[in-house]
Design a protein around this ligand. Sequence first.
Ligand SMILES: *Cc1c(COP(=O)(O)O)cnc(C)c1O
Length: 450
Amino acid sequence: MTAYDVTLLQSEFPLLKRMIALEQVNWFNPNSTSLDAARPFIGLDDKDIKDASERLSRFAPYIAKAFPETRLSGGIIESEVAEISHMKANLETEYSIKIPGRLMLKKDSHLPISGSIKARGGIYEVLTHAEKLAINAGMLSEVDDYSKLCSETFRTFFSQYSIAVGSTGNLGMSIGIISAKLGFSVSVHMSADAREWKKKKLREHGVNVIEYTQDYGVAVEQGRKEAEKDPNCFFIDDENSQTLFLGYSVAGERVKAQFKQMGIAVDKQHPLFVYLPCGVGGGPGGVAFGLKMAFGDNVHCVFAEPTHSPCMLLGVHTGLHDKICVQDIGIDNVTAADGLAVGRASGFVGRAMQRLLDGYYTISDETMYHLLGQLNKSENIQLEPSALAGMLGPVIVSDAADYQKFSDLTYVMADATHLVWATGGGMVPDVEMKSYLSFANNLTEVCNNT
Ligand SMILES: *Cc1c(COP(=O)(O)O)cnc(C)c1O
């Protein structure tokens, strides 16, 4: 039984009616605060990010050796930032709106190893676990050259341990690939919506893939249960893990360094808006935390969710966080945006981050597909549907006069940078991508004919 009355909830929060009707909605949180005011509620600080960043540096020689595609970046898993001015012009025409400032794309879609934002948090958590095991066994010390982990000795050592995770696809890909590479025995519990090619790829890497006919919540629960039975099994808890969160957060200082190199200013006169697709919340929450620590109050983060899975908006807006799921109010959690098909948000992320997020909006699957086609045409960049969720953000923020006024941004919008976080798609097989694109094309024709 739920602890609240849905009818009452709707009268208290009228926005819910429109969410239930699956409209594209947006909400700018009137209770967001400065970083300093929010700090005590986060429970994590700069020191934790620094620790994560240093751990990734220690592992860089191992990553470079184990994954040759990262050799050029010295084993640092990072993506580029690209300006997408044609796409900007496209959005302006289509939505009849001027988007002041520049439009950029953060291409986590093309991160090495697993081709999604999960190559940040997922890989980081497995590395953290491996490091702990090896140090405790007296086989590794922090000053060692970690490339020595690329050996039969270590693979045999790690093979005594197993790792389990529940996933809609991309987290399983990251955790599966890195765990199998290190030598762990790894099980990925996949929800019904996970793509066939992702399961196939994982099996090719020697990962044990367990399929469910239910959604993400069930896959996670089953993974958790399996792990509880085995003391040598480590369960990666996407809903509550601070380690995952910190892995994502390192993105903040990385973007800061990239912007510096590109000559992009972020200060009071040059605000930065970042649009992040949100599933359970760990990825976008961790990135937003890192960005806040890097840019302070001059960065403004907005979360994007499918109209069919608006779990974070629901949790934060009602203040019920993980005590409510979208199914409780009659929303089905069925969306083509794989990574975002989550009905119940992370309570940890919602509670830690709610004061630091400026707003939330929902986007329909049709709009995501449409934008997927537009980005392909205007910039020749191919992403998976979920990764387009953030693309509507610049339109929404440019149109939100009240929000701009409330946040004292009206007069600096012309010098803004809009950064759309592209979260996945780099490893989608050609045939899949063709079918995404033809679906997008057909949609456009339907729109034009009506
Ligand atoms: C996982 C994922 C997200 C969101 O991350 P969460 O931590 O689940 O909020 C966004 N986009 C893609 C492509 C993903 O795989």
